[in-house]
Design a protein around this ligand. Structure first.
Ligand code: DHB
Length: 261
């Protein structure tokens, strides 16, 4: 999974952009990236590693979303993830994920041109995430990623100032998990497309909880800060152990199992 790519190169926000809090991290990077075009060569190189590459991207107009999708699929992205939910960039793509009509329109426009599956990553910073998830499904999303970071802030009592230069940032890590798990649960009751759980996964138990809530897969970001890159292998092995010890033949058998009445 790449850091989100946009239509043009961006330096991002000035420091401080990351601060650790109890139960996680806040970040307000400001979507720094070399731009879709500037990243294509690296994307082609990544393809040599023999693992699927998901290109996360954002844009501010439907046309830019379409041209980004075409370029990234052309360079071999195995899937696209629309980041409609960065909490730190005003105006722009920012909170497109808060608007049912935009989410459906952008998703449908990207699906029209994308050769690879399209995931739509949603924000927890909305009143009704289920309505947004249904809009993504109606737009033709192949999967829904739930969720992006929760808007938050930290103030330093000694300096009497917000810590992040951007004032607010996105909360990730263990503190986000119960919120994200609730989002996955509610979305699972409303859509048929697969859900990718995201928020505070750092061990196999977290991943299994997301699957029981209805996720088919999970993403791990902040977990790497705590566990290192080994986290991915450890989570995979842990899930396999859980399935074996509890008599399940496949993760498919536990997806959504906690909903069973
Ligand atoms: C940023 C982007 C995100 O999608 C997010 O959840 C948090 C931070 C950023 O680049 O600022």
């Amino acid at each position: 999974m790449t850091k989100s790519l946009g239509p043009a190169a961006r330096p991002g926000h000035i420091n401080p952009t990351v601060v650790e809090v109890e139960g996680g991290f806040l970040n307000a990077m400001g979507l720094p990236n070399p731009g879709v075009e500037g990243y294509l060569e690296e994307l082609r190189e990544l393809k040599h590693w023999g693992v699927p590459v998901v290109a996360s991207f954002f844009a501010s107009t439907v046309e830019e979303f379409q041209s980004g999708a075409k370029a990234l699929c052309g360079a071999g992205a195995d899937a696209l993830e629309l980041n409609l939910s960065c909490p730190n960039v005003g105006g722009e793509p920012g909170m497109c994920a808060a608007d049912v009509i935009s989410v459906e329109r952008v998703t449908a426009a990207v699906k029209q041109v994308a050769k690879s599956p399209v995931f739509v990553k949603l924000s927890p910073n909305v009143t009704d995430i289920v309505g947004i998830a249904v809009a993504a499904e109606n737009g033709g999303a192949d999967a829904i990623t739930a969720v992006n970071t929760l808007k938050a802030m930290v103030i330093d009592a000694d300096f009497r100032r917000p810590v992040l230069a951007n004032v607010t940032g996105g909360l990730s890590g263990p503190a986000l998990k119960p919120v994200a798990l609730r989002c996955v649960w509610e979305i699972a009751e409303a859509v048929k497309v697969p859900i990718i759980g995201c928020g505070g996964v750092s061990n196999w138990r977290d991943a299994v909880e997301y699957m029981l809530a209805g996720a088919t897969a999970v993403e791990i970001g902040t977990g790497v800060m705590y566990e290192g890159l080994e986290v991915y292998g450890k989570v995979n092995e842990g899930i396999a152990g859980y399935l074996r010890e509890n008599g399940f033949g496949s993760v498919k058998e536990i997806v959504g199992l906690a909903h069973r009445k």
